[in-house]
Design a protein around this ligand. Sequence first.
Ligand SMILES: CSCCC(=O)C(=O)COP(=O)(O)O
Ligand SMILES: [Zn+2]
Length: 208
Amino acid sequence: MLDVTRYAVAADAIVEAGRFLYERGWSPATSSNYSARIDDQNIAITVSGRHKGELGAGDVMVVGLNGQSVQSSCRSSAETRLHTVLYELFPEVGAVLHTHSVKATVLSRLVPEGQPLTLEGYELQKAFSGVQTHDSVLSVPVFENTQDIDALARETKAWFEGHRDQPGYLIRGHGLYTWGETMADCLRHVEAFEFLFECELETMRVRP
Ligand SMILES: CSCCC(=O)C(=O)COP(=O)(O)O
Ligand SMILES: [Zn+2]
């Protein structure tokens, strides 16, 4: 039985996250999708195609971890399976955010195929849960973009089964996925990634 209060808390967190991310320009033109865990079987997730700066309760729906809608005739995000694999893999994850910022998009196109984006030596890496020092290496995988979301979901699942301690990934020319135990953790991760992406792009500009 779905707990309505837990759904309402999750939906509120998603609506608030949408305002924050849209205002910063990280979720333009109806792009992006957000989710929050309700319980061990269900998540709240954005309805496909909605404006992320103007979300209301009707723009958030429930899906099971199998990706199937629960009591809604709306279509959940086209990228729902990219969210559910993360909740399946990581029971401690409480929120997943996917954004489409200019910096994530541009940087993802500059990383050579088959290589990760390597972030190291930045004090701000400590904004990621579990990171204690700038003297650490964060290897962010870059997956090739595709319209076959089920295939990408299988690919990301296989990758993160073997690389469990990572806070996010990029999809080339598309955007960022990041997650956290709470929505606040997850939002902090988006901000940290955006700061680090800007640093990387600025470094490439001054030291090509
Ligand atoms: C207009 S952006 C193209 C789709 C996309 O990448 C995205 O993040 C939004 O898809 P959704 O189905 O969740 O609205
Ligand atoms: Zn997207």
